[in-house]
Structures are given as C-alpha cells and as structure tokens.
Design a protein around this ligand. Structure first.
Ligand code: TYD
Ligand code: MG
Length: 456
C-alpha cells in the first residue's frame, strides 16, 4: 500500500494544498493551514467505467404523494418556530453562536422539557463535566427531568452506548468541536475531525430516527469553526445571537430544509434560564414621553414575523480637518456608508464633518434591507436636530439614485405597527395604510429631508 500522502487543510475554508504555506491561497487566512492525513481511497477515487455496474433508479413525479415530516415539539414555542414547527426525527440541526451566548442553557432546557413530556432524550457534553451540567440543570429547575446525561467526546463510545436499546428521540451534542472520531487521525476541532464526527453522528441519527442537535462555536469572524463544511451537512442551521450585555437573544434560522429561513425565535436570559419573548416588538422599543432627535422606529420583518425596533442615530460635528468616526451596532456598516453617501449626493446633506453613530436598540441585529429609509430618517433627524414624532415609523429600501423602493410585506409590518398604536408611517409610494395607521409616501431621500425639515 502506498504511504498516505500528507496534505494541508485550511482550518478556515477547508481548501486543500499539497504543501504548507503561511497564507491560504483560497481564502487569504494567515497561519490557517494544518497538516492532515489524506482520506482513504473510495471506490470513486479508483478508476471505473460509468457505463457498467450501475443500478437503475426509479424516476418519480413531482406531484406524487408526500408525507409531511412529523415534528417533535421542543417545549419552547420560540425554538419550534425557528425550526419551522419543531424537530424532525432523523434530522440534524446545527446551533451556532458565540461562547457564553446561552446555547448549552437553551438546549439543556429544551432537553429537560422534552424529557418531561415523556420523550427519550440524551444530552452529551464534551465541554463540561457531568457535575457542571447537573448544577446548571438544578439552577434551571430541571434536576428531576429524566434526561440521560453523559460527559464524553468519543463518537464511537457515544454511538455504541446509544445503540444499546431504543434510540432516543433527541440527541444533543455539546459541542461538535470537542468530538473525536477514531476513523481519522487528528485533534478534535480540526476541520477533518469535525467533518468526520458530524458525518458519523448524522448518519446514525438518520438511521435511528433520532433528532440530532449539534452545538457549534463560532469563530471571531462569524463562521462556525470547522467551517462552512458543516453547514452543508446538516438539515438546518440556527444561529443564537445577541449583544453580550443585553438580556435578549435571537435564534435565527439561516438554513432549513424543512421550513423557512429567516424565521426567528426571541428569548430573554434570566437568572433561572432562558424565557420566551412572545411579543418582541414591545421589547425593542424604548418607552419615553417626548420624541428625541435621531430616534426612528422601524418595522422589521424577521422571517414571517414583524418586529418593531428603534434605530438611534447620533451625529457630532467636528472641527474641520479631523477624521470623523462612523460606528454601527446592530446594522451593516457598509450599508450605513452607502446611505450617508446617498444623502450627501442626492439630498445635499453633508455628514463629512460629523461623527456618525448608529445603534439598534435592545441588541437586535437588523438584516432586513427595508431598514434603509428608517436609518436615513434617523440620520437626517439627528443631523437637523429635528425629532420625529414617537408614533411615526419608517421603512423602505433606498437605491443609489436616492429613490425609495417598495419593501416586501408592507401590510404585515403596518398591521403590527397599528396594533402597537403607531399613527403614521413614512413608506415607499404605493404603500396602503392599515386601519387607523396612515401612510405618508416618500419617493426620494430629498423628499424625506424636506418632510423632516418641515416639521416644527
Ligand atoms: P451557556 O449556555 O453556557 O452559553 P454557551 O453554551 O453558548 O457557551 O450560557 C452561559 C451564560 O448564560 C453565562 O454567562 C451565564 C448565563 N446564564 C444566566 O444568566 N442564567 C442562567 O440560568 C444560566 C444557566 C446561564
Ligand atoms: Mg456551552
């Protein structure tokens, strides 16, 4: 047999190179290449002819009867919602997020609730000792839940144990980066170990009809370590996110083979674990008596659910010559630069000498492109020191031409706003009012500026 060839795998993008280099030629990451053994030869790597040996497969029709996947409720309506209606038996879900955001807490709570509901549940921690998990369970008021708990990292040991007797309905692996597969050499956490361990676990889950949840840590640049490869292998990817100091956590579906993406679940971290937030809009709005310059409410659409958030802008004039800062929390900084440029070019507003700060209240991260008009309104309001009425909101996408473009699901957004007592909305032309909520169409950023200037 030939000696296994050495190869170097980038731990950030998974690309393979025959020799070591300081920088990955594919993704440009530095010092990310690690030596790994080549995978064993498979039938596909050996020469074979396409014309012989295949088996005929039955082609089917698109409109054949389908059985909708059966779903297991997790005991958390918000988690079910992010999953598209509960866990699908035999499926694999990856939950990513920064360390300390609450992944273990969420999954232990879900495991406890499912076990209490009479389902077989196994929770395997590779990060914490069993005592640590038990202490946490006690704090969460779940000490009596019949969860099967193990502290282990060997995939073979875990699967051997679970294959003895009826397979559990749910298996939680916390985290995939600590798992080790003996099919392959290499330390846990490397790309190939993460891939091999996941493959074994996912294959087993599929076979035994167990719903598998893998916890994955996210690296600093926002990728699940052991990287995108993992996202392709699982059926659903959820990110658990939130601003560290804030209490609120958002579980966001970025991939889901069994449901819609962009669906979110909202939680609040309390002393006794995560609680569900059923009406998130009331959370992200700040209560105040009089309007403040720079604050504008935006009806964001998170999946199918409207969530009202307050955008806050602050501009500080600098002596000319100084380089002004731009800082953003909860929104895309490139998008902010674009909106500033459009306001400058199409409405003649100069931010060149001003520092600009933009913040999404409550720690939510807004990805909805319809936030443009609300951001622009907040910026203009801050620059002109002209407060926007507290019962007014704004949404719409802004083009480089300065035009305001229609946004998806305007009626859904406005219905939620009306419910919460908003009286008017700055919105793209053609948007229809809902109930008592009146629409004030804004066609361009110049019209927006005129409108905000005209207010007393
Ligand atoms: P954890 O679930 O360990 O995060 P992860 O698994 O994503 O790394 O959450 C840890 C944080 O949550 C920790 O800083 C303490 C906080 N926490 C609470 O505020 N209340 C609780 O009931 C628990 C269990 C944790
Ligand atoms: Mg954890």
């Amino acid at each position: 047999m030939a000696r296994p060839q050495l190869r170097y795998v980038c731990q950030s993008c998974g690309s393979v190179s025959p020799k070591w280099q300081g920088q990955c030629a594919d993704c440009g990451a530095w010092n990310s290449l690690q030596q790994e053994a080549s995978p064993a030869a498979t039938p596909f790597t050996q020469k074979h002819s396409l014309k012989s040996g295949g088996r005929k497969i039955a082609m089917q029709r698109l409109d054949d009867e389908v059985e909708l996947p059966h779903r297991l409720p997790t005991g958390f309506g918000e988690l079910d919602r992010a999953l598209g209606g509960g866990l699908v038996p035999g499926s694999a879900v990856l939950i990513g997020g920064d360390p300390g955001i609450g992944k273990s807490t969420l999954l232990l709570q879900a495991a406890g609730r499912m076990a209490r509901a009479g389902l077989q549940v196994a929770y395997v921690s590779g990060e914490e000792a069993a005592d640590q998990v038990r202490l946490r369970a006690r704090r969460l008021g779940l000490a009596d839940a019949p969860v099967r708990l193990a502290a282990a990292t060997s995939v073979r040991d875990i699967l051997t144990t679970l294959s003895d007797g009826a397979p559990p309905a749910l298996l939680v692996i916390d985290s995939i980066q600590t798992m080790h597969s003996d099919q392959l050499e290499g330390a846990p956490g490397t790309v190939s170990q993460v891939r091999a361990s996941s493959l074994e676990l996912i294959g087993w889950a599929k076979q035994s009809g167990t719903a598998l949840i893998l916890v994955g840590h996210v690296t600093k640049d926002g990728q699940i370590a052991g990287p995108r490869v993992l996202e392709h292998m699982v059926d659903a990817v959820l990110y658990f996110e939130g601003e560290g100091r804030h209490q609120y956590r958002v579980l966001r579906a970025v991939k889901n083979r069994f449901g819609g993406t962009d669906e979110i679940g909202v939680f609040a971290m309390e002393a006794d674990g995560l609680g569900e937030v059923l009406n998130p809009s009331s959370l992200f709005l700040t209560q105040r008596d009089r309007p403040v310059a720079g604050a504008v409410v935006f009806p964001a659409l998170e999946g199918t659910r409207p969530v009202l958030v307050e955008l806050q802008a602050l501009t500080v004039r600098l002596p000319s010559g100084a380089t002004p800062r731009r800082a953003v929390v909860g929104w895309d900084s490139a998008r902010l630069a674009m909106i500033l440029a459009v306001l400058e070019a199409r409405a003649g507003l100069g931010f060149g000498n001003s520092e600009v700060y933009l913040n999404v209240a409550g720690g939510l991260r807004v990805v909805d492109p319809a936030a443009d008009l609300a951001v622009a309104a907040a910026l203009v309001s801050a620059l002109l020191d002209a407060p926007v009425p507290a019962d007014l909101l704004a949404f719409g996408e802004i083009a480089l031409s300065g035009e305001v473009r229609p946004a998806a699901h305007a009626a859904l957004r406005l219905k939620e706003a009306e419910k919460l007592g908003f009286a008017a909305a700055l919105a793209p032309p053609g948007t229809k009012g809902v109930g008592r909520l009146e629409v004030r169409p804004v066609a361009t950023v110049a019209a927006l500026v005129d409108r905000l200037k005209a207010r007393p």
